[in-house]
Design a protein around this ligand. Structure first.
Ligand code: FMN
Length: 317
């Protein structure tokens, strides 16, 4: 396949493994890149620069193909050292999310590293373009992780974003199969970023209980938490998620809310399988996932499914 995103990243298929906190490790990133997509290692999963550098080195032992690093910028943690690690290792691209990455643009450009910024709305995408991002990922309301506060779906955003932006647009949110890829391309995107579908793969380090929970749940089994602290977070509907909503409704303090929804609780859930101790981030595309597959098989199935859909559409006109 050929789009501006495949050209930008030097990949065969415009399918990107999204940043996955605690889960975006070498094995999964390498499997996605080996299959022709673009794997991302998630910096937030590591304690420091050395740990990230080791993971990048490990990824290079597993694949010679291009891959990158996701760096989520926020106010809780300074991420400068992770940019230093990515730049030192000369990864192909850094995908930033959260806060504005402007402070790092020049350094990345000087190192020849592409910058893709992940945003939940068109106005943020325009800002990213104005500061020099090479591409943007637009995350829809459907998505796992933090889909933003505006509650606008991909269907409304991608056609418009591809009209108002000059840089390529990558769609993220509930894309789990070939129809999703074909639809994103039809709307004007030049690539897709996928999270939840890749959590339920063999190479993902997520605890088996998390993967099983995804297989068993459907598209109506997510809920939006953390709106009260302006960090909308789409998660699996569980008693704990209901408890978070209840705390939010009763104006609980941030610390109390984060005790069950924050990063440490998330580690116990995602890696140790203690599902009742935190929140499980997933997107609405979960309803399309019924099998644990290899990440490469997922990419093959998505590409084949998109081709089939494309031919079927061609016969309709
Ligand atoms: C478990 C999980 C963890 C995530 N962690 C991050 C993260 O650390 N940084 C980030 O930019 N996006 C993160 N995301 C969002 C994904 O990168 C991606 O944009 C999103 O999952 C796409 O929607 P989908 O899950 O419906 O495919 C996460 C998503 C999930 C499901």
């Amino acid at each position: 396949m050929k789009t501006r995103v495949t050209e930008l990243l030097g990949i065969q298929y415009p399918i990107i493994l999204g940043g996955l906190h605690w889960l975006g490790m070498a094995e999964l990133a390498a499997a996605v890149s080996e299959a022709g997509g673009f794997g991302l290692i998630t910096a937030g999963s590591f304690r420091n620069r050395e740990e990230l550098s080791e993971e990048i080195a490990k990824t290079r032992t597993l694949t010679n193909k291009p891959f990158g690093v996701n760096i989520t910028l926020g106010k809780r943690r300074k991420m400068d050292e992770f940019f230093a690690a990515a730049i030192e290792a000369k990864v192909t691209a850094v995908f930033t999310s959260g806060y504005n990455p402007e402070a790092f643009v020049q350094e990345l450009k000087d190192a020849g590293i592409k910058l893709v910024h992940v945003v939940p709305g068109i106005r943020y995408a325009q800002k990213a373009e104005s500061i020099g991002a090479d591409a943007v990922v637009i995350v829809g309301f459907e998505a796992g992780g933090h889909p933003g506060m505006d509650e606008v779906t991909l269907m409304a955003m991608i056609p418009k974003a591809s009209k108002v932006l000059k840089i390529p647009v990558i769609a993220a949110g509930a894309i789990s199969d070939g129809k999703g890829l074909a639809a994103a391309l039809a709307m004007g995107a030049e690539g897709v970023q996928i999270g939840t579908r890749f959590v339920a793969t063999k190479e993902c380090i997520a605890h088996p209980a998390v993967k099983q929970a995804i297989l068993q749940a459907g598209e109506t089994d997510t809920m939006l938490t953390l709106r009260s602290i302006k960090a909308a977070f789409r998660v699996l509907r569980t008693p704990n998620a209901e408890k978070v909503l209840d705390l939010e409704a009763h104006s609980a303090g941030v610390e109390e809310i984060l005790k069950i929804s924050g990063g440490e609780a998330s580690f116990r859930v995602m890696r140790e399988g203690k599902l009742e101790e935190g929140l499980i981030s997933v997107g609405q595309g979960m309803g399309l996932i019924d099998k644990i597959m290899g990440a490469g098989e997922v990419i093959e199935a998505i590409v084949q499914g998109a081709q089939e859909r494309w031919s079927a559409l061609g016969r309709m006109f």
